[in-house]
Design a protein around this ligand. Structure first.
Ligand code: HEC
Ligand code: CU
Length: 352
């Protein structure tokens, strides 16, 4: 495959994901409704303009009372169509916001002006994304600088990629092949060069392709970082620790100093590392240093991957529910975390 596949132009992008047909159908409906209103209204405007043109200076139109029936009819009919658009669009929106729990995660980092991808075993690529066919794939995305956007027309998905938090996009490709990926937010002078290719492979081919990489896994790299940046000095279970036990944190409920209880998703963990004073865990002093500017996006991803591998010690009450991974962006996407898993450092961590 050539490194820079030519961008395909066409009237209508190919349909290559499970969303494609649904999105096109809705789009077709919007188009049909638009034409249904636009054509008769335009025709009426032209007809009336000619038919009722003022003929002379003292041409006075007769007084006409508005017809209630007519008013109601032309309010209710459009309302009916608009309500359909709303529910149909909302249904599709929630579908696109809710990745299946078994979705394969790929980490995406956008920066001026390239796309970096990392697969679950650590394999990396730039401006080219390999994914298996007939398998839900979830992109967990962050930006190292400005707002970017991952747009894959053939899959009918697009989502902004933001500095400072994770966003998510998912799809299930239905046809092997290569497809365009565009940055869809104007992000600077070379924005139009921020393009890539999605290569959809048969599942076995994808597995072979992945297996071609035997380097460090994100989990291992995360473990090294955890030691290198001395996270372990405060966070390793044991007496006298200054920070909370991080085992089983993802998906658990965390009681904060300000009285709120939140569910620890990946955005929370990310924020805890970059801005520890933003949300302080109840029962702890805000002594954790910020790692803003110290750790890059890759390193944060790896730390999170490592934290996911930490299982709570048997009998430990804190962070009991190690939920299956995943960012939870919509309420619909979040697995209900057991309510009894509230972090209670005083009860479980003993010495302070
Ligand atoms: C000087 C000690 C110290 C170091 C070093 C430290 N932390 Fe922390 N960390 C804390 C304390 C104390 C808290 C709880 C108070 C708060 O939320 O700020 C905390 C909270 C957290 C939380 C939120 C925990 C929860 O239960 O909600 C995460 C995640 C975290 N740290 C990760 C890290 C990582 C990753 C590193 C290394 C890159 C690190 N910490 C380094 C002391 C530390
Ligand atoms: Cu961009």
């Amino acid at each position: 495959m050539q490194p820079n596949a030519p961008i395909k132009f066409g009237f209508w992008p190919e349909q290559a994901s499970t969303f494609a047909f649904e999105v096109d159908l809705l789009f077709g409906f919007l188009m049909a409704v638009t034409l249904l209103f636009c054509i008769p209204i335009t025709a009426a405007i032209i007809y009336f303009a000619v038919r009722y043109k003022r003929k002379s200076e003292n041409d006075r139109p007769p007084h006409i009372e508005a017809s209630k029936t007519l008013e109601i009819v032309w309010s209710v009919i459009p309302l009916f169509f608009v309500v359909i658009m709303f529910f149909w669009g909302a249904q599709l929106f929630f579908e696109q916001r809710t990745p299946p729990p078994d979705a394969l995660q790929v980490d995406v980092t956008g920066k001026k002006w390239m796309w970096k991808f990392q697969h679950k075993n650590g394999r990396r690529e730039i401006n080219r994304l390999h994914v298996p066919v007939n398998q839900p794939v979830k992109l967990r995305m962050a930006s190292e600088d400005v707002i970017h956007d991952v747009f894959i027309p053939a899959f009918r998905v697009k989502q902004d990629v933001l500095p400072g938090r994770y966003t998510m996009e998912w799809f299930e490709a239905t046809k092997p092949g290569t497809y365009d990926l565009f940055c869809n937010q104007y992000c600077g002078t070379m924005h139009s060069y921020m393009v890539g290719t999605v290569v959809v492979m048969e599942q076995a081919d994808y597995q072979n392709w992945l297996a071609g990489f035997t380097g460090e896994t994100p989990e291992k790299s995360g473990e090294n970082l955890f030691n290198k940046y001395a996270c372990n000095t405060c966070h390793m279970a044991g007496s006298g620790q200054r920070g909370p036990d991080l085992a089983g944190l993802l998906g658990s409920k965390v009681a904060l100093k300000d009285g709120n209880v939140i569910t620890a998703d990946e955005n929370y963990i990310r924020e805890s590392i970059l801005n520890p004073q933003g949300k302080v865990v109840a029962g702890f002093d805000p002594v954790m240093p910020s790692f803003q500017g110290v750790l890059n996006e890759d390193q944060i991803n790896h730390l999170i991957a490592y934290l996911k591998t930490l299982k709570p010690a048997a009998g430990a009450a804190s962070h009991a529910a190690a939920a299956a991974g995943g960012i939870q962006i919509t309420p619909a996407a979040s697995a209900p975390a057991p309510t009894d898993a509230v972090t209670s450092p005083t009860a479980t961590q003993g010495a302070h």
